[in-house]
Write a protein that binds this ligand. Structure first.
Ligand SMILES: Cc1cc2nc3c(=O)[nH]c(=O)nc-3n(C[C@H](O)[C@H](O)[C@H](O)COP(=O)(O)OP(=O)(O)OC[C@H]3O[C@@H](n4cnc5c(N)ncnc54)[C@H](O)[C@@H]3O)c2cc1C
Length: 450
């Protein structure tokens, strides 16, 4: 490869804080807010123009249940519940049954953007939007990261902090620090969502979307897919997630570029199929996401990989920092449709024109009703002692990832990272040496339902 030498230069320190969070989805923002509420000075860096990550920029507007599968124990609270209540007061949320395995809450992603701005403002965060994390500073002689370099319209600058939280979804900081990361053999496919007006004018055709995609999709060069969608609360639009972009590595720029264009092409192809089937409808494209929806990219290697077996058996951990009840939900790369695996031992395979219900294990007298995520899965092996990750890059096998990746779970990893950062500052200990009991107690004190 031909190379150019980039001359080295001194960069201005544009901000100094106790805690620096990279990535501003709810995961990153909740980390920042929890740290700030405990008195830390916090800066948060987001490459897009708003908070929320996939919930806003990729239009995914569904959060799952905050309860266990039997509905007799609330297992998630904290900032997720706080934001749900705030959106509800705005009329920007629809609540469903508390134990529904799929849809707990549908919300208006545009309202969420503003609500998250408010949350950040109240917590007095220093916010950098349109700012990309570019590289870490060299590790200092104490084995600590002292600064990161960011790039925005004003140029390149350094942010100094005492603890860094990588909430970039793709483990950008961990990877650039040289920490070990890995990609699953079959990454879950990416999806470009879209919002439509005139959905109701499709009449019965809307209900036949799966069948239409199966029969007419190939002529429109659509891969076999799985389609779901929901009305956007407080708006006259319908959010549809029905495209499927295979073979994308979200840590590769060329793949991302191809994925964005292919996702939008598929949205148009789906619209054409719907219009052919319902020529009198008034279906119109209202909005496309500002970025492709990514389900999976790099994972960090930590001292413990959470397994599908841990999740499906509800294994308890001494250092649990997050809990969930969302089913295992594998979006296949190698065949159409999805496989849903439940804690009660049942399994469903769903694809356009195909539905098979079976068991993945024999019946047992009792079943777990929720699963747990240990703190260890957020700590990069051999990473600097003041760096932690939060979000979908945690250390998980593919089956565990298929369950824990959803936002109500990832939001909790953010809250845990934020509280851990403050505890590390208060005790002077490396993040990996924190007392898990103390961390859990602090999380509960701040509103978590552990
Ligand atoms: C189509 C689709 C449907 C889904 N359906 C659901 C669902 O119904 N319910 C559900 O709960 N989950 C769903 N998921 C999964 C869920 O959305 C993700 O797993 C979750 O959002 C991951 O959160 P995260 O914070 O780890 O990553 P992200 O939401 O991707 O957030 C990462 C943030 O970091 C920022 N960032 C990245 N790199 C940099 C950088 N270098 N510098 C600065 N900022 C950076 C990004 O802009 C982004 O804001 C779905 C996902 C997809 C794609």
């Amino acid at each position: 490869m031909t190379t150019f030498h980039e001359p080295s230069r001194d960069l201005p320190v544009i901000h100094e804080a106790d805690v620096c969070v990279l990535g501003g989805s709810c995961t990153g923002l909740f980390a920042a807010v929890r740290a700030a509420r405990l008195g830390a000075r916090v800066v948060i860096v987001e490459k897009d123009n708003c908070f929320g990550g996939i919930a806003t920029t990729a239009m995914v507007n569904v959060w799952h249940s905050l309860w266990n599968t039997s509905g007799d124990r609330q297992i998630i609270a904290g900032l997720t519940e706080e934001v749900i209540d705030r959106l509800d007061r705005r009329g920007a949320l629809k609540r469903n049954e508390k134990t529904h395995p799929s849809v707990g809450f549908a919300f208006n992603s545009e309202e969420l953007k503003i609500e998250l701005d408010e949350l950040a403002r109240e917590a007095r965060l220093k916010i950098y939007f349109h700012t990309q994390f570019a590289a870490p500073a060299p590790i200092n002689e104490n084995g600590r990261l002292a600064a990161v370099f960011v790039e925005n319209k004003s140029g390149r600058g350094a942010i100094r902090a005492r603890v860094f939280i990588d909430a970039t979804g793709d483990a950008d900081l961990a990877a650039r620090l040289g920490c070990e990361t890995y990609l699953a053999n079959h990454l879950q496919p990416a999806t470009a969502c879209a919002r439509f007006s005139g959905w109701d004018t499709l009449g019965d055709t809307a209900g036949r979307l799966g069948e239409l995609l199966r029969t007419r999709g190939p002529a429109h060069h659509l891969p076999p897919t799985f389609a779901w969608g929901c009305r956007v609360p407080g708006a006259a639009t319908y959010m549809l997630a029905a495209t499927r972009v295979h073979g994308i590595n979200p840590a590769q720029a060329d793949d991302l570029t191809h994925g964005e264009i292919e996702g939008r092409r598929q949205v148009r192809a789906i619209m054409n199929i719907l219009r052919e089937a319902a020529p009198d409808s008034r279906l119109a494209l209202e909005a496309l996401p500002s970025r492709l929806g990514l389900r999976e990219s790099r994972h960090i290697r930590s001292s413990y990989q959470l397994t599908g077996d841990d999740v499906l058996s509800g294994r308890p951990f001494e250092d649990t920092i997050a809990q969930g009840s969302y089913r295992v939900d594998v979006h296949h790369q190698d065949k159409p449709g999805i496989t849903l695996r439940y804690l009660d031992g049942t399994e469903e395979y769903c694809a356009p024109g195909a539905y098979v219900r079976s068991r993945w294990r024999p019946e047992t007298p009792t079943n777990p009703t929720f699963y747990q995520v240990p703190y260890r899965t957020l700590l990069p092996l051999n990473g600097p002692e003041n760096v932690i990750v939060a979000g979908r890059m945690l250390d998980v096998d593919p089956i565990a990832h298929a369950a824990v990746r959803v936002m109500v779970n990832m939001n909790q990893t953010g809250e845990a990272a934020g509280v851990a950062a403050v505890l590390a500052l208060e005790t002077g200990q490396p993040l990996a040496s924190l007392n898990p009991g103390l961390l859990r107690a602090k999380l509960i004190e701040g509103g978590s339902a552990l």
